[in-house]
Design a protein around this ligand. Sequence first.
Ligand SMILES: *Cc1c(COP(=O)(O)O)cnc(C)c1O
Ligand code: SF4
Length: 450
Amino acid sequence: MKYQVYARHNLHKIPSYGRLSREQIHNIKIVSEVLPFKTNNYVVNELIDWDNYQDDPMFILNFPQKAMLKAAQFNTLAEMTGNNGSKTDLAKYVHEIRLNLNPHPAGQLEHNVPMLKGKTLTGIQHKYRETMLFFPTQGQTCHAYCTFCFRWPQFTGLSELKFAMKQAHLVVSYLRENPSISDILFTGGDPMVMKADVLEKYFQAILDADLPQLKTIRIGSKTLSFWPYRYLTDPDAGKVLDLFRKINDRGIHLAFMAHINHPKELSTNAVHEAVHLIRGTGAQIRTQSPLLRHINNDPVIWEQMWRKQVDMGMVPYYMFVARDTGAQSYFGVTLKDAHHIFNTAYQKVSGICRTVKGPSMSAGPGKVRIVGITEIHNEKVFVLEFLQGRNSEWVGKPFFAKYNPAAMWLDELTPALGQPHFFYEPEYLKLLKIDKLPGHTLKTDDKLYA
Ligand SMILES: *Cc1c(COP(=O)(O)O)cnc(C)c1O
Ligand code: SF4
């Protein structure tokens, strides 16, 4: 299958273009000034239900919607893009909205970029002891863009925020200096947009280094949903699969972290074949997704998704709470609802599907999961725990926040049961070398969608 990309400039080339209303076309053009817009022939022809596209999760996942911006922003943009608007004014305004949508929330740039021999390594993030993230330069784009995605800097040229690094040898040096790292996670964008030759350079350098500590190479990718032909008909599909096999044959676990938002993404022949081929290399596929209003905020969707994934031989891994960046007023779900949706679905499936963890917030101090809602001495509380922490000793200790049905993120929660602060906060402040948290606890941090 030939990959055909559709964006703003060739929207009219989409086979189903005639079905879009004039208003939709106008909205897409306006909103895509701010949110990057890119889709492709697989998504358009095999995933979107054009009979019902206005409410179709696959349509909303790729096509910018009017309500993703504030009404005032939308109207101003519409005026500016009209006949006489100045291009520089427009660019300025777009930049302003983007910064407000918070592309790199507090903490990520300053606190997770590691040092090697006195130099900062901008293509690496190392937050949790065992796992290092690597952003290969050539993998900072995707086969299509999710409208909820916060990784715009990589796509839209806010270059001062760009995380990217070329040299595989720096990765290897960093791994050598940090023997606690057992997992390297290739992320992006989508690393699987890279050609097999480029992937091979990175993987080969890691294999050649022969690091006894390194147990797992993870690849975070949305290709199963957005371009399964990557493994079927792309010219280098066979070579990609051979590379996967090679890693596994060397005794390093290849963990393919598939980003899947909706059961529809698991419905085509192409995705079934791709999963079959990837699993055939010895790789294991784990799945993760944020919980998103308008896309998957229904327990039945998660129940179906987890069951289907297990049927296909994949392992459900994470449900994330949508972080407070991007069009969060459009996609956001309260913590109370997130817990309800997770638990309702979790109760319906067999133990085989209950490998999934969540709902989890990737916040400054770590990945915090909502364990439950209960009452202790007549006080209604959220029970929380760390799934990952800046200090791994924080993991698995229950702690309590006052029940707040409107809260959507950790920084909106306050300690329950008369506690002055959450147990981890004094140490967290010391780790960050700051003395006061903005808001109750530091704002959202990096989060892995893909
Ligand atoms: C989630 C995450 C990881 C991986 O955590 P696991 O629980 O091992 O999957 C690593 N680094 C960062 C920054 C993360 O957010
Ligand atoms: S969520 Fe992942 S696949 Fe989607 S646009 Fe963002 S980086 Fe790309």
